[in-house]
Design a protein around this ligand. Sequence first.
Ligand SMILES: Nc1ncnc2c1ncn2[C@@H]1O[C@H](COP(=O)(O)OP(=O)(O)OP(=O)(O)O)[C@@H](O)[C@H]1O
Length: 264
Amino acid sequence: MDKRPAHIALKATDLAVGYSKKKAQSIVAQGINFSVFQGELVAIVGVNGIGKSTLLRTLGKVQPKLAGAIDIEGNPIEKHSALRLASKISIVLTEPVTAKNLTVQELVSLGRQPYTNWIGTLSGIDVQKIETAISMVGVDELKNKKCYELSDGQLQKVMIARALAQDTPIMLLDEPTTHLDLYHKVSLLKLLQHIAHSTEKTILFTTHEIEVAIQLCDKMLILEKGKSTFGQPCELISKKSFETLFPSDALTFDSRTGAFKVIK
Ligand SMILES: Nc1ncnc2c1ncn2[C@@H]1O[C@H](COP(=O)(O)OP(=O)(O)OP(=O)(O)O)[C@@H](O)[C@H]1O
């Protein structure tokens, strides 16, 4: 039976994202509308440079929106202080990790910063959340390694563990599977699906793994030049929304299989 999640965790209304230089605005994507329920796994997809990362950073208030509204658990994003937002949203970006000299355990512990006292002492609950996060993403055996000793894929998992340790109702992940092989991509997205459904966290991530996302996500947001489409993967397939995603000289979308076919 379809379980209806309790409430809207994240909502965008007529949102425009992009960059401001001096007084000029450079809009990357606009007219973005969606409502994501608590406990849903949502993929943001679209071609290179369409604005997926820009949108994700805007949803996490890493950069300002250019127009429209973002509501976090029913309140406008600008009403949340930085500290309050850090207890609502965790975000993993693609920027290189600067704290590579830390051990895995120390890096994951940083996720508890919004909750620790001013000298950063970890409570029993903090330690437990750190341990749970490390074991959830399956990096227990790397716990005492320095981050500079890890492969890109291992580091990516550790960054997700740090966000999990932050234990926020909303997680935003920019291309969390980039450095992983196909098996580990699927495993990680299955893990995110499990986390979203079992802990009622709302997880939005950007990805180029459209076919895997179609199979595992509750909803998808497709960004295209001048428009965005949001819905359940099956709705998007029946609306033929994936068919215009790539220029048709190289790829077509087969709605029967939910997969792209190369035009030879
Ligand atoms: N700091 C910046 N200042 C100005 N423009 C930027 C900045 N960062 C990105 N852009 C531009 O914004 C547009 C969207 O970039 P963005 O990284 O959001 O796309 P994307 O969909 O995530 O791409 P990809 O799939 O290649 O990662 C691009 O044209 C890019 O050049």
